[in-house]
Design a protein around this ligand. Structure first.
Ligand SMILES: *[C@@H]1O[C@H](CO)[C@@H](O)[C@H](O)[C@H]1NC(C)=O
Ligand SMILES: *[C@@H]1O[C@H](CO)[C@@H](O)[C@H](O)[C@H]1NC(C)=O
Ligand SMILES: *[C@@H]1O[C@H](CO)[C@@H](O)[C@H](O)[C@H]1NC(C)=O
Ligand SMILES: *[C@@H]1O[C@H](CO)[C@@H](O)[C@H](O)[C@H]1NC(C)=O
Ligand SMILES: *[C@@H]1O[C@H](CO)[C@@H](O)[C@H](O)[C@H]1NC(C)=O
Ligand SMILES: *[C@@H]1O[C@H](CO)[C@@H](O)[C@H](O)[C@H]1NC(C)=O
Ligand SMILES: *[C@@H]1O[C@H](CO)[C@@H](O)[C@H](O)[C@H]1NC(C)=O
Length: 719
């Protein structure tokens, strides 16, 4: 049956291919002559079939545009758009027409011209014969006998292609060849960001609204840009050239391999990205982007909203709502948020303030000469145009829009408190809402407690008949006796971690479980359990979050860490403050082991440069093949993309500066490919590590229990 079914599908599929191929052939051509036009689904195709030009649409809209896209790639990524600002609603009755005078024009359904190439008059006489072609580098050109009179490469949209496309500046006409992103993934209209060449310089910069710079490539040194050394090291890109002369200055590049598609583009997020599609790829792979965090893009979240990098979100401040909800929903947040209700600012009716904690303060504050927080507050309260204040050793106030506020986590210790003015009426409304909220919370909470009790009673009955406890109504606790029984008196040890040993066990005679026996000091138990109950409570491979619970100076804890040395972040050793990023480091080290299938330290016995993290960082930085890094037992059986992503994430996790390490939330997103990981720099400690003497990096086990000598021992491991 199944066999028969699949044959059927195959036959139907073949028919489809033949039909669509046939229809295609009848229109496919790389050339047009004056008087001809494209309508509906007619397209031009470049000679080798790489690019296609015609009408396209995105999303569910009825907006159609003339564009150029990759003909062979399943997602038909668009690289150029003609009528960005003026869509047509019906491609069948619209016409992309080649006029006898050598101009192209787009006529909408009522036959009025909404876009045209506006060529300058040809130098050749009127009898000249014009032709229009789509080339295999994605360039759409209009030629006469004298040569090219118009080309799409001179009117770039959001994409910079290899093979002759230029970015730069024409000194004679003052015309910029710059990139502007789409407004959102469905709307090719120009967004507010742009990538331009600095008019008199040799660097690129990213601008918000044509003036506010938020990233700069640094000057060109003949081979690459100061801030973009990757260009030189990238073997997919070649012939990066800069041509400065009296008339202008331009950059161009080539793809090293004709079968690999490369495109630089500016995304609607305001980030400058490079994408690659090589043989066998199933999607675009972004191997480089700047700025790496969208929260560093000026105005990405618009006015009066907060950028949350961890959640890939912009959130309106309290009392505000998206100004253009439709755009907001499509991911374009640049319009920002507006107040739901205007501030009253009436004498006698005080507005009030809401504290927004741990944020990067908005740009462009005014400084007032008052020297305490209360006076600062009063000054803002009394001035109707003041929207927020912050007191950070001096009084900062803002009038109007609040831009570029970013949420930090309390851990990052970089955030400040912003006091946002909200109207008195809103406070009262807010309270009303709150009451409803509290009722809902109360009802749900009650239900939850009842369900928990039922479940606990049930489990208690089913499991062991052992008495079970609950802590704070959220945790189910097993008696030690029950766990002893489940693990057969802790007989089968699976491994040893930083805070205790792990044993194999069985619940209800069939469910395999792992039980970790902690070596915690007794008085810490309660705090530990409360913290666990609060946690980033789902069983998973994760001790990564416990480091900050442990006080470095408790010598017992330090001694118990001997089991997992090599996973310890450098700041543990140097004595700096520990944040949750110490766990990110440890996670990175574990990830290396998952990739190689070996303990990192095992390889050390062979040769120093074989230290696995060093090897990975080297391979990534030299852009070598990551396949060689994979556990050989998998026989190359891994998705290369995922492998390369995992390698990058691991390297990012072990950066020297904890600020350079991702949060565990970001780690998840990086691994899932939701956000892109650039090439991680070689961590300096690895560099030092490989250069140091063999003797000093031998992993000796600590036997002492005093913290000082412990630290000394570990120091000798790294220094
Ligand atoms: C193109 O459009 C025509 C008429 O609208 C239709 O008959 C034909 O099947 C279409 N061809 C393709 C390849 O979609
Ligand atoms: C193309 O069209 C524009 C505007 O309609 C016109 O100014 C220009 O002269 C035309 N170009 C040629 C070569 O006729
Ligand atoms: C570019 O020109 C502007 C104005 O002419 C000048 O202020 C600026 O310093 C110049 N920048 C460089 C890098 O030469
Ligand atoms: C962008 O700049 C123009 C002036 O150059 C200004 O009128 C406009 O309000 C600015 N838009 C935003 C969103 O800042
Ligand atoms: C690099 O430039 C040279 C000289 O223009 C050219 O011959 C060569 O084909 C280019 N390489 C690629 C990969 O396009
Ligand atoms: C009120 O605040 C705005 C914005 O901070 C400021 O420009 C203005 O000078 C202030 N007015 C007075 C009277 O302090
Ligand atoms: C992101 O961080 C903020 C502030 O710490 C927190 O409120 C929010 O829940 C976090 N979101 C995610 C998805 O981690």
């Amino acid at each position: 049956m199944i066999h028969f079914g699949s044959e059927c599908v195959l036959v139907v599929l073949c028919c489809f291919i033949i039909i669509s191929f046939g229809a295609h052939l009848s229109t496919a051509s790389d050339k047009l002559i004056p008087g001809r036009s494209l309508s509906g689904n007619q397209t031009l195709t470049s000679p080798a079939g790489k690019f296609e030009l015609g009408f396209f649409t995105r999303g569910n809209s009825n907006n159609y545009y003339i564009g150029i896209w990759y003909a062979n790639l399943p997602d038909h990524t668009v690289v150029w758009v003609a009528n960005r600002n003026h869509p047509v609603s019906d491609p069948v009755s619209s016409e992309f027409r080649f006029l006898e005078n050598g101009n192209f024009t787009l006529l909408d359904q009522s036959k009025s011209s909404i876009w045209s190439t506006q060529n300058s008059m040809s130098s050749v006489s009127k009898s000249a014969t014009y032709t229009a072609r789509l080339l295999d580098n994605g360039n759409f050109v209009i030629q006469d006998a004298s040569g090219v009179i118009w080309q799409s490469f001179d009117h770039p949209t959001d994409t910079w292609l290899p093979g002759g496309a230029r970015l730069g500046y024409n000194k004679l006409t003052n015309q910029k060849l710059a990139l502007t992103p789409w407004k959102n993934p469905q709307d090719p209209a120009p967004g507010i960001f742009s990538l331009e060449i600095e008019p008199n310089g040799t660097s690129f910069w990213l601008l918000y609204n044509g003036s506010q710079q938020y990233w700069n490539s640094g000057p060109w040194n003949g081979k690459s840009f100061a801030q973009v050394p990757e260009i030189e090291r990238n073997d997919h890109i070649t012939n990066v050239t800069f041509v400065p002369d009296d008339k202008g200055s331009y950059f161009s590049y080539d793809s090293a391999d004709p079968d690999t598609y490369i495109r630089y583009m500016i995304d609607f997020t305001g980030q400058f990205k490079v994408y690659m599609w090589g043989k066998g790829f199933t999607q675009w792979n972004s191997f480089w982007l700047r700025p790496t965090q969208f929260c560093e893009v000026y105005g990405f979240c618009g006015a009066s909203s907060i950028c949350q990098q961890n959640a890939s979100l912009c959130v309106c401040m309290e009392g505000y709502e998206p100004k253009v909800p439709k755009e907001w929903g499509l991911g374009d947040h640049t319009d920002g948020c507006v107040r739901k209700a205007p501030l009253k600012c009436i004498a006698g009716v005080d507005d009030t303030f809401k504290v927004v904690s741990d944020v990067r303060l908005p740009v462009n504050p005014e400084t007032l000469a008052v020297d305490n927080s209360d006076d600062c507050r009063l000054a803002c309260l009394r001035n109707c145009s003041c929207t927020a204040f912050a007191y950070d050793n001096r009084c900062l106030v803002w009038g109007g829009d609040l831009f570029n506020v970013k949420q930090f986590t309390p851990d990052e210790k970089e955030g400040k408190d912003l006091h946002l003015k909200i109207s008195a009426s809103e406070r009262i409304e807010g309270k009303k809402e709150n009451r409803t909220l509290w009722i809902i919370i109360g009802v749900l909470g009650g239900l939850f407690i009842v369900i928990t009790i039922v479940v606990v009673l049930f489990v208690k009955h089913r499991c062991f008949g052992e008495k079970l406890d609950t802590l704070d109504g959220s945790l189910v606790m097993f008696r030690c006796r029950a766990l002893r029984k489940a693990t057969n008196n802790f007989s089968e040890k699976l491994g040893e971690g930083g805070f205790g040993s792990v044993f194999k066990g069985t619940l209800q005679g069939s469910i395999a479980i792992a039980v970790k026996r902690l070596n915690c000091p007794k008085q810490e138990d309660k705090q530990f359990l409360t913290e666990i109950g609060k946690l980033e409570y789902v069983p998973k491979v994760a001790d990564f979050g416990l480091a900050k619970l442990i006080d470095r100076d408790i010598s017992r804890i330090i001694t118990t860490m001997k089991g997992t040395r090599g996973y310890i972040a450098p700041e543990w050793i140097s004595g700096e403050a520990i944040t949750s990023k110490a766990d990110t480091f440890s996670y990175g080290m574990l990830l290396f082991e998952l990739i190689s299938g070996r303990r990192n330290r095992d390889v050390l016995d062979d040769a120093l440069e074989n230290y696995f993290p060093t090897r990975v960082a080297n391979v990534l930085n030299k852009e070598e093949d990551v396949d060689a890094l994979l556990d050989y037992r998998l026989e190359g059986n891994a998705d290369k993309d995922q492998l390369s992503r995992a390698c990058k994430v691991a390297c990012w996790c072990i950066q020297d500066d904890e600020k350079g390490r991702p949060t565990m939330g970001q780690v998840v997103q990086l691994l899932e490919g939701v956000i892109d990981a650039g090439i991680p720099p070689m961590p300096k400690f690895l560099d030092r590590f490989s250069k140091s003497l063999v003797a000093s990096i031998n992993y000796r086990y600590i036997t002492s229990s005093s913290s000082d000598s412990c630290r000394h021992d570990i120091l000798s491991e790294y220094s």
